[in-house]
Design a protein. Structure first.
Length: 48
């Protein structure tokens, strides 16, 4: 992520925690999408 918050961010905000949370969100979204696609493929194969 861009480090443009270093000079003007709010001092009470924990930007490192925000970036870790966002990275976790992206990882869960990616694996969730992969799981859903795999489930749809499995259902298509087993119903033929």
């Amino acid at each position: 992520m861009a480090d443009n918050h270093a000079e003007g961010g709010h001092p009470d905000m924990d930007y490192a925690e925000h970036e870790r949370t966002y990275a976790l969100f992206l990882k869960l979204t990616k694996y969730g999408a992969i799981f859903c696609i795999a489930l749809i493929i499995l259902l298509a194969i087993t119903t033929l």
